[in-house]
Ligand binder design. Sequence first.
Ligand code: HEM
Length: 202
Amino acid sequence: MGCVLSGWGWPRRTSVDHVAPEPLLPTLDLSLQQRQLLLESWRLIQQDIAKVGVILFIRLFETHPECKDVFFLFRDVDDLHGLANSKDLRAHGLRVLSFVEKSVARIDNSAQLEDLALELGRSHYRYKAPPKYYQYVGTEFISAVSPILKDKWAPELENGWKNLFAYICAVMERGYKEEENRMASSKSSTPKLPHEGQALAV
Ligand code: HEM
């Protein structure tokens, strides 16, 4: 049995017996049963994938309007329920759920899943979407899919989805920070133009 807290991005050390502290990596802790439940539930969720994406984002924007402001396409939309027919929201929801699909397909290959989520975190730095908001997506995903699964929804399945999203969010955060640091160091190491910071010689 997996416990609720087991996969909530709790870090592990990359190796032991090191004098210098090693970077901490998030771990994906899913029991065998949770893995099976996730795969089975995904087959059902997939049938309503476009609907789930739209519901997820309308709920996200309702509960956390600050997330809507990050999206160039949606920041000026006031009528959230009008978004139910938006082709742009449908397309965005499908992109996000395709990522969830790829993640579920990689639950037994944590190295591949990590690469995928790291890259996504890096791209979110470029989108100016900060990590403090990522966890809301998992919460709204669960609210959107639980009614679809009806009596198949169970605490063990819910914990499986929570653990998977917690892991994705933790790795995305890492990717975001890596990109942030990379940009900061590339700015500080950019050579100054000859005239910068100097009085012009007359
Ligand atoms: C678990 C959390 C999240 C996942 C899995 C996720 C996934 C994705 C994916 C797959 C894309 C498509 C582009 C790409 O692959 O780089 C994307 C784009 C984007 N995401 Fe996220 N996202 C998450 C959270 C958020 C949050 C919370 C925000 C806003 C606060 C956000 C803002 C954006 C923006 C602005 C784009 C670019 C949209 C465009 O195409 O114009 N994301 N996201």
